[in-house]
Design a protein around this ligand. Structure first.
Ligand code: TMP
Length: 253
């Protein structure tokens, strides 16, 4: 089979030309990075798990009328998606204080926030994805006011959906990041959820033990990353068959 044309390679995914105009193939790698790529590793099986989990969350969102780029999963590591013009912002929603919020404002990790807090980060690796305000976004033309209103509405709907799905399997959705893209339908523009939703882009804590089941396991060296992601997939009933993450041979005595 002829190899598809590679259009873009990011830290955790590769985008290839899709089979039809307006589509792309999104390939999930096993590569993990943190702290703007200062920490790097390869986590066997992570791409397979994130492909499945992102499929699960995006399908659920599509089913409740929250538009996403997801069309269908193609194989263990690839999914067919709609091609969008990515808005250069990371949209973060926080329910519980963790990560950069605790560092920036000195709020203890685990503090329940009085309401979901939405933050925007400008996607620019050279600048380390800085926190920006709505004023910056509009003044520099990354989005217009209507886009901002739509992005906030989308982010809150994703938060409600993801919080409920996780609650049902005993996991607290602490925070997450989404990316949003523009699509054109005739002369109309619409914003849809793009990129991925997976344990790479969420903070997920077991409700009973507080155990971290997300990329903080990698960022903070808290244990086996693939096992944590597998636990999320197992609870949601989306554990892929033939998971390949145990690579070490076992000696039989
Ligand atoms: P933060 O607390 O480090 O700002 O992260 C907030 C959320 O965004 C958390 O769920 C992890 C996610 N995130 C990404 O998906 N990509 C990133 O590059 C960063 C910094 C955070």
């Amino acid at each position: 089979m002829a190899r598809r044309k590679k259009l873009y390679e990011g830290k955790a995914k590769i985008l290839y030309e899709g089979p039809e105009p307006g589509t792309l193939v999104q390939y999930f790698k096993d590569d993990a990075t943190a702290f703007n790529s200062q920490k790097k590793d390869v986590i066997d099986g992570k791409g397979v798990l994130n492909n499945r989990l992102s499929e699960y969350f995006m399908t659920g969102l599509n089913n409740i009328g929250v538009p996403t780029h997801f069309i269908k999963r193609i194989n263990m590591r690839e999914q067919l998606i709609r091609s969008v013009e990515i808005i250069p912002l990371e949209v973060v929603v926080r329910n519980v204080a963790a990560g950069s919020l605790t560092q920036r404002l000195g709020i203890a990790e685990g503090t329940q926030l009085p309401r979901p807090i939405i933050e925007f980060y400008y996607k620019d690796d050279a600048l380390g994805d800085p926190l920006v305000t709505e004023e910056h976004i509009i003044a520099f033309g990354w989005a217009v006011q209507q886009d901002l209103d739509d992005m906030i509405a989308l982010a809150l709907r994703v938060n409600d959906f993801m919080s409920g799905v996780m609650l049902a399997v005993g996991i607290k959705l602490v925070d997450f990041k989404i990316e949003i893209g523009r699509i054109w339908e005739n002369d109309f523009q619409r914003l849809i959820v793009a990129d991925e939703i997976s344990p790479d882009s969420c903070r997920l804590w077991d409700m009973e033990s507080g155990q971290k089941l997300d990329k903080d396991v990698f960022r903070r060296d808290l244990g086996n990353v693939a096992d944590a992601y597998t636990e999320v997939a197992r609870r949601l009933g989306v554990l892929p068959t033939n998971v390949t993450h145990t690579t070490k041979p076992h000696l039989i005595n």
